[in-house]
Design a protein around this ligand. Sequence first.
Ligand code: 13P
Length: 246
Amino acid sequence: MKLISANWKMNLTPSQTKEYLQKFLPLIYGLEGREVLICPPFPSLCVASEMLKDSSIKLGAQNCHHDKKGAYTGEVSLDMLKELGISYVIVGHSERRWIFGESDEFVNKKITACLKASVRPILCVGERLEEREAGLTFKVVETQIRLALSGLEEFTDSLDIAYEPVWAIGTGNPATPEDAQVVHAYIKDLLCHINPKHGGKTRVLYGGSVNPRNSGDYMRMKDVDGLLVGGASLEPESFAQIIKSF
Ligand code: 13P
């Protein structure tokens, strides 16, 4: 099933989350044939969990720590998140990699922990502008995926991958659907090499300046299995339009 997900990043307080969901739920009521996921910031997970408990909308976190508990000031474990009903975690988002220095090794540990906890990771990969201009897109994406999945090759069917070119995030300058398709096809091919048995089962989402006007164009691409939406998911109407655009 196609997956349309919202990454709210550091936006929407608990009370704003409540207001959002009160508007959003009726907008997509009864809609079938797609999976919808919302990833609020940590403090808003509790209220979202309460409000989504009778709906088919899934709840995800934007990050997690890989250990079960311990002296990690400011971190959040998967057990804590699972108690709030989360079923997905975004791992290795470029903002975590480039602003907070998250390494491929850390990303690998987090994916390992998610799989052990039966939480579905969404692994984010994507090249920076200078890498794209140097013709390194495939190499960067391949390296990120191989390192993230090191030792986990047989589990590729238990995760999703989001291709988010860094230069397209929050810039209003998205990859064209055709360009995204080429990278998505490359990623799927790579996954089939990594895991010949199940490689074809991983969904590959596109993220980076998706909005209600361009979302349908991505979803028409053969290898785009869903979207990871930032800015345009912060208004219930706009996110609902994206969900209904295909
Ligand atoms: P924007 O949709 O705001 O470009 O953000 C994309 C993103 O980073 C989703 O994870």
